[in-house]
Structures are given as C-alpha cells and as structure tokens.
Design a protein around this ligand. Sequence first.
Ligand code: PHE
Length: 344
Amino acid sequence: MKELKKKIEKYKTQFNREITLIQDKKGLQELRNLFLSRKKGYVSLLFEDFKTLKPEERPEAGKIINELKEYVQTKLQALQEEFSTAKKVEKTYDLTLPGKDIYLGSPHPIVHFQQEIEQIFLTMGFTIEEGPEIETDYYNFEALNFPQHHPARDDWDTLYIKDDLLLRTHTSPVQIRVMEKKKPPIRIIIPGKVFRKETPDPTHLPMFFQVEGLVIDVGITFAHLKGTLEYFLKALFNENIKIRFRPSFFPFTEPSAEVDIECTVCDGKNEDCRVCGGSGWIEILGAGMVDPQVLKNVNIDPERYSGFAFGMGIDRTAMFAFQISDMRNFYENDLRFIRQVLRK
Ligand code: PHE
C-alpha cells in the first residue's frame, strides 16, 4: 500500500511535468497513451498492482488510483479544448495579416478625363451630343466643305468600309447632323471615338478620342472662340497656362487656327525636350469660325448667323495633362499604369 501511494505520487509529478511540455495535439495523444492506454498505461498498471493487495486495503487503493485517473483525464481534456479553440481562432482570423486592398472599379483614365472636359463645358452652358462612328462620305467630308478629290482630304488618313462608307476621321460630321436638326442658338460639345489609318507610335493611334465644340448664334465672333478656349484650357490645366493661336487651314472653318499650349513637360525651357521638340509649345486643337458654306449646307442663313467650332484630341491632351510620353500606354490595360494615372 505504501509503495502504491509512492508510485501514484511519482506518476502525478511526472504527469504534471510532462503536460507543461506539450506543444500540439500529437504530444497530447502521446501523454494520454502513456497514462491511460488500456494495456500499458500507468493507470492500467496501477490496477494490476491493485489485484495483488489485501482485500482490506483495496477500497482505499481503488479510491486513490481513481483519483489519479480522474486528475489525468480532466487535465488532458482541458488542454485538448485549449488546442481546439486556439486552432479555430487561427483559422478564422490572422490578425497579423495586412488588410486586403479592396479595389473599386472606376472609369478608364481617358473616360475620366473626358468627363472632366465635359464638366467644364457643362458649366459654360454647353450640352453634349453624340453621333455615329460609321459615317458616310457626305457627313465626314462633303458637307464639311471638302469636295471630292480635294487635297485637304489627304490630311485625314481614312479607313473606308465602302466607297461611300467610312469610319469617321473626326467628330466634325456630328456638327452637320446636329445643325440639320436644330436651329440656332446652338452650343454643344461632341465627344467620341474617331479612326485613322495610322500605325501606332508614341503620338499616333488608329483609334482615339476627340471632343468637338460648336457654337452658332447671332453675332458670334472670333473673340468668343478665343475667350471660350482660354477659359476651358485654364480650367483643364491651370490658371497660368500660356496659350497661343496660330493661323491654319480647315475646309470647314474660315479663318482657322491651331491652338498650342506651353509645353507641360519642360515649360518651354528645354531645347532637347522630347515632348515639344524644343519649341516650347504643343499643339492641342484645331479651331475656327464656321465657314459660311457649311452653314448654307445645313440651311442656316450665314448672313444672320455665325459661329465657331473646335476639335481637340482627348488622348493627346491627356498625355500632356498626365505627362505621359507614350499614348499607347492608355490602351495596354496595365492596371499598374491605369491606377497610377487615376490617382493624380
Ligand atoms: N476636325 C478637325 C480635326 O480633326 C479639328 C477641327 C474641328 C478644326 C473643328 C476646326 C474646327 O483635325
């Protein structure tokens, strides 16, 4: 009996020491086997000893062996629960992980830029019009005062579908479509895709966006054109941007001008600037007073009404606004590029 008590004491100390060393479920199972396995577990062995005891010693012996057994069981059970809950928490949350970046979709940078442009004109009282991307020769050229075989057509490298059907090379045909339907006063912008037979390079794409402007009313002069474009470009770039009007030619405007802004990359200070070629200026739009012949073509009396029109490349202008040296970047759909541009 004395020996039994000693053994129990020894097992308990051993158990208490070993349970503190357990790291995982595997260790737990090993300790459980060591003490509780049916054949060779320490507790089972104690019951073997029990059989050799005198009958009067048995009740007490049974009690203390069972006490050890219960002690071991309760401790192992508690540890097992600890392991399971710890595991569960680990599965659900790893509080050390950085948060997931949820990316909300947004309009493409070009569309975004187009919306900025639209917003400026909307505040000036313009409305937005649209027209078809597949056009007839009449709207794209003829009605805009480009007669058949006129050399000015060569400036628009046209993608023809049939003799009379083409992908519009500019948004100007929508001027005609609108003036056929609406009578002055007209104050509209026309954003949209246009197409030209170009091989893509840093400053040319076969498909790009333009925004056209058209104002027709009584008494509209070149001063209105200048004031409108100046206001617009200052709102789009910045208050201090320098703007220059150069005489030019378009069959559908007379007089015509090309409008330059001071180079946004070198501010006109770098003779080797790759963007402006050292000139300090970059051309961003064509404009002019609507040619009287165009007004006649849509039955608007040029004696009574006058107006101005302009057309600007959206991608090209975006390139300068975002200071990007290759326009093709906009269409490669590399999210790293797109997100970077959008953040500005
Ligand atoms: N349509 C011309 C182009 O594509 C731009 C322009 C529009 C010029 C309106 C004058 C007036 O180059």
